[in-house]
Design a binder for this molecule. Structure first.
Ligand code: G6P
Ligand code: MG
Length: 220
């Protein structure tokens, strides 16, 4: 069967989750707050605006709209300064190989990310042309765990949600995939991603046999 393989970007395709972390940490410090790994985990997959709202709520802070917008753009400028220096070496292990394998098998491949920086990042690491469809933070209004981003991707790929597979490193993203009735594959720590149908540390643990089993409906 032709399946739709939908990849999250940050923390799945590229190792940018660490740059989001550094940029949020710096911002938190600027407003006199600490920022922990646990809090960071809760921001994965969450839009830039919603992330700042959460941070401010954790610190019991209220800001004017102007201050809020200023902090959002400061965070993004800081984040972009890391992105500028990125190259192909920051593509996570076996991602390019997996994309080529799926494309070679005639499968539909899409990006489903909350990031507004998705296209420039994919260009930077030379993976943009691998994706038949791209749905990113510029296209969706409802953030993960709302399934909008993945449902849009399924529609663009012309593959039913039940025949789509989502690779996600965030709790919110796994929940979005589950709500969309897609097969959810967590990339990262089993402890955090226990709601996923399957969890792998990274793509080196995902065998071609496993992907073939998905395509032949042995796994669904
Ligand atoms: C992804 C990341 C989040 C990030 C969001 C928005 O979902 O996991 O950490 O906040 O994208 O990214 P952006 O590049 O638009 O700030
Ligand atoms: Mg992610």
């Amino acid at each position: 069967t032709k399946k739709g393989f939908i990849f999250d970007l940050d923390g799945v395709i590229v190792d940018t989750a660490k740059y989001h972390f550094l940029a949020w940490k710096k911002l938190a410090k600027r407003i006199g707050m600490d920022f922990s790994e646990t809090q960071n985990e809760q921001l994965k997959g969450v839009s830039r605006k919603r992330s700042l709202e959460k941070i401010l709520a954790w610190g019991n802070k209220t800001l004017s709209e102007a201050e809020f917008n200023q902090l959002m753009s400061a965070k993004n400028d800081d984040y972009l300064s890391y992105i500028e220096k990125m190259d192909d070496s920051e593509v996570l292990p076996d991602i390019a190989k997996t994309l080529d394998f799926l494309i070679g098998k005639g499968q539909a491949v899409a990006l489903g990310s909350a990031s507004k920086n998705a296209v420039p990042i994919l260009k930077k690491v030379h993976l943009l042309d691998k994706f038949e469809a791209i749905v990113d933070g510029n296209d969706v209004s409802k953030a993960k765990p709302d399934p909008e981003v993945f449902l849009n991707a399924s529609e663009l790929l012309k593959v039913k949600p039940e025949d789509c597979i989502v690779f996600e490193d965030s709790v919110a993203g796994v929940q979005a995939a589950n709500i969309a009735k897609m097969l959810s594959i967590g990339i990262g720590d089993k402890k955090n991603l226990h709601e996923a149908d399957y969890v792998f540390k990274d793509f080196t643990e995902i065998s071609e046999d496993f992907l073939n089993d998905i395509m032949s409906n042995k796994i669904n």
